[in-house]
Structure formats: C-alpha cells, structure tokens
Ligand binder design. Structure first.
Ligand code: ATP
Length: 359
C-alpha cells in the first residue's frame, strides 16, 4: 500500500510584476524526511515556502497535506489550519514570556502543556532554563527554544527558512545536528530553505536544487554532488575546473588526451568539468611525467602559479604547458609546492562531467 506524502506541491507558479519567481515547482516529502530547497539568493525559495505556509498565494498549482488539498490558488485553508510549523531566522521569541510560556504558546490543551514543554526542553537540552526569559539566553539557546516552540503543537510539517544563519559556525553545527535528531524523532516532514550547499548536504535526505524559479535537479546529496545536471549545478557545490573541447567522432581532445563524448554530434562545443580535489599531482622526472594508468589517463605538464596553505589542504593553481590554460588542484597540505615548479597533473576520468557548452 502506498501512503500519500506528508507534503506535496504540484506545479506551483507565482509571478510578481510579470516576472515568474516560482515556475512550475513540484515536490513531495514523506514523514521524517528532510528536503532542502537549495539555491542562490533570489531564486524563489522563500516564496515557495511562503506559499506552502499559506502566507503567500500561488497563481496556479496545488498544495496537499497527507493527500488532502489545502490550497489550489482559488480555495485555501488559512495558515493556522494547515498543521504546519514555521521556523525562520528572524522568528523571535516573545520577550515578555518565559521559556515555558514561549514553548507552551501554541498549545491549546493547557492541562497537558507542562508535560509537553518539559519533554521538548529535555530533547533540546534546555530543561534547566524553563523559567528564564529570552534576554537571559544566548543566541543558540534562544534558537533551541524556538525549535521547541515550533515543535510543541506536533506539526506534521516543518518549514524552515535559513533557521541557523544567525549562529556562529561551531554552534550552528551542533544545533543543526540536534534539530535534525528531534525532527526525525517526531516524524516531521521538513522543508528547509538554504543557500549554503554545506548545510544542505549535512541536513538533507533529498536536495532540490533551484535556479531562476525552477527546480533543476532533485536527489540525495551524494547523487547531486557526484552527478550534477549541468555545469552550474556542479559549480554550486565547489570550485570547479572547466576544460573546453570540441567533439569530433564522439571524442574531444584535451591536454589530458582524448575524452569520450558518446552521442554528442560533431562540432559540438563541450565543457569537461572536474572538481579541484579530483586532480592528481606527480613530480617532473627530467621533463617526463608518470606512466599513465587507464583510470588516470594521459598526464599533462603544468607550472605552479600560486599555492595557498588552507589548513588541511593546499590549493595549487597551475598554468598548463599544452595551451596556457589555468587549472586548480586541492591536495593534502603536506604538499605546498613553490611557484614556478613544473609538475604533472592527472585527472580522475571517472570524476569528470562532460556538458554541452551553454550558449
Ligand atoms: N512580494 C513581492 N513583490 C515583488 N517581488 C517579490 C516579492 N516577494 C519576492 N519577490 C521577488 O521574487 C524573487 C524571489 O524571492 P525569494 O525571497 O523567494 O528568493 P530566495 O531564493 O528566498 O532568496 P533569498 O535567499 O535571498 O531569501 C526575488 O527577486 C524577490 O525580489
């Protein structure tokens, strides 16, 4: 038996001043699943979230909760009737209410409120602060209380818009992990908006990558990172190297030998994309490089233009002998070559992506 997704949106669109900022967006989320809506600033993430929450209306498309239609652009269940919890970056606590008062705020059955508040505060590690007021708490503590408050009415769905962006890095990692544990334990379906790929990869069961109002790719973090839909999708997650080529007879010529481009018509310009951590470096042996292996392919000589120590890694920038193009490699930081050193580069062919060049 298949059960309806906890949250489903179908072909949602919304325009402002004649510009489509949400364009035919569909998504579905199961109980206990975290989906991250990831994309650059202004791509339409928050508008999508606001439509689901019911504080913005769509021009077309449907929102369903547990298979029930709650909004189709004409009829809409009001925000408070949707069973949806919200947690936004600027969702401040009520300053005049204690932690207890804040977390109990959305609970209608006051006789059971104390037990529920205590349960949630224990879960977010805030039990001993139950009688404090917001101004007596640190930013991270306030965020935990905000999470407890959002979860108190047992929402089936939680919408989170950059909820951790006000926190410093270390605290943010801890609170993210705690939040995730609590949301999973409560079987809440979560849609989290972020523009940070690191946050999405850390939090998400599924990432929906959004650009110019559209979802350009959906999948598990591992899949999106390792099989990006296009060059921009690859570039969103890390620095990339782009080796340009032109296809002749299903092959393209590069400094690293020929690359297969099956099914690509002759004359098509392509970009071969590789992340800097997938370049290998080897020493120059009096003008000769390492012996090629089938996986690494042909090595190519290059000269170090810049090398930066970055803690656990070094970022080394090269100028290729073949055509003067520039490439970057991320290598363990025990290796920090001097500027001007000739070295040999190899690229992990199984980690390269070949995309037709975008015009
Ligand atoms: N009420 C509105 N009236 C006019 N334009 C709007 C309105 N709300 C949003 N927009 C525009 O729609 C586009 C998408 O905005 P949205 O807030 O959804 O993007 P976002 O991806 O969440 O960005 P950010 O990460 O910066 O919050 C932006 O160009 C924004 O200026």
């Amino acid at each position: 038996m298949t059960t309806a997704p906890r949250l489903e949106i179908r072909q949602i669109s919304r325009s402002f001043d004649g510009r489509r900022v949400v364009d035919d967006v569909s998504l579905s989320i199961q109980p206990g699943q975290v989906t991250c809506l990831l994309g650059p600033s202004g791509c339409g993430k928050s508008t999508t979230l606001r439509i689901i929450a019911g504080v913005e209306r769509q021009d077309s498309g449907e929102v369903l909760v547990d298979g029930q239609l709650i909004s189709d652009g004409v009829h809409a269940v009001p925000p408070e009737g949707r069973g949806i919890g919200l947690m936004f970056q600027d969702f401040a606590l009520f300053p005049h209410l204690s932690v207890m008062g804040n977390v109990a705020f959305g609970l209608s059955d006051k006789s059971k409120a104390r037990a529920r508040v205590e349960e949630l505060l224990a879960r977010v590690g805030m039990s001993r602060h139950i009688d404090r007021f917001p101004h007596e708490l640190s930013g991270g503590e306030q965020q935990r209380v905000a999470l407890a408050r959002a979860l108190a009415p047992r929402p089936h769905i939680m919408l989170m818009d950059e909820p951790f962006s006000g926190l410093d890095d270390r605290l943010r990692d801890d609170i993210r992990d705690e939040t995730l544990a609590v949301l999973k334990a409560e079987e809440t379906a979560v849609l989290l908006v972020t523009h940070e790929p690191g946050e999405a990869m850390r939090m998400a069961d599924e990432i929906a990558l959004m650009r110019d109002g559209r979802i350009v790719q959906r999948g598990a973090p591992y899949h999106i990172y390792n099989a990006p839909a296009d060059r921009a999708a690859a570039a969103f997650f890390s620095d990339i190297n782009v080796i340009p080529g032109k296809v002749q007879g299903a092959l393209t010529e590069t400094p690293f030998g020929q690359f297969l481009a099956p099914g690509v018509p002759d004359g098509t310009e392509v970009d071969i994309v590789i992340r800097p951590q997938h370049l290998k470096i080897d020493f120059d042996r009096h003008g000769r490089g390492p012996n090629p292996t089938p996986q690494d392919g042909t090595p190519a000589r290059a000269v170090v233009e810049r090398a930066r120590f970055m803690g656990s890694e070094s970022l080394v920038e090269f100028r290729m002998d073949f055509d003067g193009s520039a490439l970057k490699a991320l290598v363990p930081s025990v290796f920090l070559p001097k500027v001007g050193t000739p070295l040999w580069l190899m690229i992990r062919r199984d980690r390269c992506f070949v995309f037709p060049r975008a015009s």
